[in-house]
Design a protein around this ligand. Structure first.
Ligand SMILES: O=C(O)CCC(=O)C(=O)O
Length: 283
């Protein structure tokens, strides 16, 4: 069996798979260095979910070519190719730096806003890339093995704030993802998980790219958040992932045209062009 087939088997059975040592130390260092100036801006999480001792850097894919390469990394895309329909999109892209003293994040799954009854196929696939070693003490992601297959009742009793599932029972079901920096965990949008408590003395740096079905609304509106000039310099595949693409026959069109046209140097917005033509005819 190929390693991709084994990874897919693990994913289907358990809801997640760890891809170890995808990046070499020099690549990991370059990512840390590119991330640091954004962390230095000092923006903190705004609530318990984002994490009050956690920093998040949103729209990471638009913040430098090192991040672009990870969003279209072949080790990830060859798995996602087998899980989502052709034309799938990037739905979220953010760095997550969990500082010492941070408490565990609420247990959740990543694609709940696609309100289709569970159990169901995942509408999105998440990745979390470690930029520091993930251990059970460092704030590494924790997953509930097999929960991607749970139904709505099982999910509700586990995740509702007034759930009568004792905290210890929930904790016993969580498995820490332990992996070295440069590795990643790829998991179903239906898998229960959380960012762990950071009981170490060092920050836990990581970043997450998430992908969704081509018919699903993206969490981040990348065609607006990523500056147009940066999008123009990206690879065709990455532009497609951001949303400069059509899900046939016409989801994603702009005034009846392919959205890639908006990146042409001589592009004029169709509405502006039409209004200019009307004004010209009126003299
Ligand atoms: O940082 C982590 O390990 C998990 C973060 C997460 O699941 C989220 O913010 O949705």
């Amino acid at each position: 069996m190929s390693s991709t087939a084994q990874q897919l088997d693990h994913y289907h059975e358990r809801g997640y798979v760890i891809l170890r040592d995808v990046l070499d130390p020099a690549e990991t260092d370059a990512l840390r260095a590119a991330l640091q100036p954004y962390l230095d801006l000092g923006v903190q999480g705004r609530n318990n979910f984002e994490g009050e001792r956690t920093q998040r850097v949103y729209s990471l894919v638009g913040r430098g070519s090192v991040f672009e390469r990870t969003a279209e990394h072949p080790a990830v895309l060859e798995i996602v190719d087998a899980l989502l329909r052709p034309g799938y999109l990037l739905t979220a892209s953010q760095a997550i730096c969990i500082y010492p003293g941070e408490t565990p994040q609420p247990v959740h799954y990543d694609d709940p806003f696609y309100t289709l009854p569970r159990p169901r196929p995942a509408v999105s696939v998440s990745t979390i890339w470690a930029l520091d070693d993930f251990t059970s003490a460092s704030g590494g992601t924790e997953v509930i093995d097999g929960s991607h297959a749970w139904n709505d009742d099982q999910i509700a009793t586990t995740t509702m704030a007034d759930s009568d599932v004792p905290v210890e029972t929930l904790a016993a079901q969580l498995t820490p993802v332990e992996m070295r920096a440069g590795s990643l965990v790829l998991f179903a949008g239906t898998l229960l998980h959380r960012g762990g408590a950071n009981r170490s003395s060092a920050p836990r740096r990581a970043f997450s790219h998430q992908y969704c079905e081509p018919w699903a609304r993206q969490q981040e509106n990348f065609t607006v958040s990523v500056p147009r000039e940066r999008a123009k310099s990206m690879s065709p595949r990455l532009r497609q992932l951001l949303g400069y693409s059509i899900h046939p026959p016409f989801m994603g069109q702009i005034a009846g045209r392919h959205p890639e046209k908006a990146l042409a140097d001589d592009y004029v917005n169709s509405l502006v062009a039409d209004d200019d033509a009307i004004a010209a005819r009126r003299g």
